[in-house]
Design a protein around this ligand. Structure first.
Ligand SMILES: CC(C)(COP(=O)(O)OP(=O)(O)OC[C@H]1O[C@@H](n2cnc3c(N)ncnc32)[C@H](O)[C@@H]1OP(=O)(O)O)[C@@H](O)C(=O)NCCC(=O)NCCS
Length: 167
């Protein structure tokens, strides 16, 4: 596990795009998935998040190649204003080729350890209601559903479940 610095923005953008497509392409309009990737995962957009002191990103390397990453947000950088006293796990993604090898678990341990070190009372995240695998993993790791949040993905209304782990 290594922190990712701004100089690796292009490589991280590639990993973000690849894992996003793997996760969501099958159950969503491919054009919307591509539009999201093109907008959110440019090297420049990713570099800005890597320079933001309120955010931290780590990745896992397999023989030097990044295969999974974690992004956490603090304070105003969080995506839900009513949960700002916690630490948000905004992104936790492992390449499908590496699922089920405890890599996601290690990433989540880093998020929880960071939250404890920094004195946050809880960790929270949003997960698409149809992302069954991630939901099952989070429940297994002790998270509970505390609410939901609807948003537009393209022109389709979708729902994230908000989950929280008290520390
Ligand atoms: C969700 C994700 C990060 C989990 O990572 P992973 O490396 O596959 O999971 P791990 O092997 O580390 O498993 C973590 C824990 O969940 C458990 N687990 C794994 N799959 C499970 C399932 N389907 N149901 C219940 N528990 C499960 C594991 O046993 C492990 O628990 P343990 O530490 O007690 O053994 C990964 O599957 C992923 O990247 N998915 C695609 C991207 C995604 O959906 N990201 C989340 C968006 S909100």
């Amino acid at each position: 596990m290594e922190p990712v610095g701004p100089e690796r923005a292009a490589d991280l953008a590639g990993l973000k795009a690849a894992t996003f497509v793997e996760t969501f392409a099958a159950d969503n309009d491919p054009a919307q998935v591509q539009a999201h990737v093109a907008r959110e995962f440019t090297a420049e957009a990713v570099r800005r998040t890597l320079e933001d002191p309120r955010c931290s990103t780590w990745w896992l390397l397999d023989e030097g190649t990044p295969v999974g990453f974690l992004k956490v947000n603090r304070g105003e950088a969080q995506t839900e204003s009513h949960l700002r006293e916690g630490l948000e796990v905004e992104q936790i993604y492992v390449l499908a080729s590496h699922h089920g090898r405890r890599l996601g678990g290690r990433l989540m341990e880093t998020a929880v350890a960071t939250a404890r070190q920094e004195g946050f009372p809880f960790v929270w995240l949003g997960v698409w209601e149809h992302n069954r695998r991630a939901l099952a993993v989070y429940e297994h790791l002790g998270f509970s559903v505390i609410g939901d949040h609807t948003f537009l993905f393209g022109d389709e209304e979708q729902r994230d479940l908000l989950m929280r782990l008290d520390l």
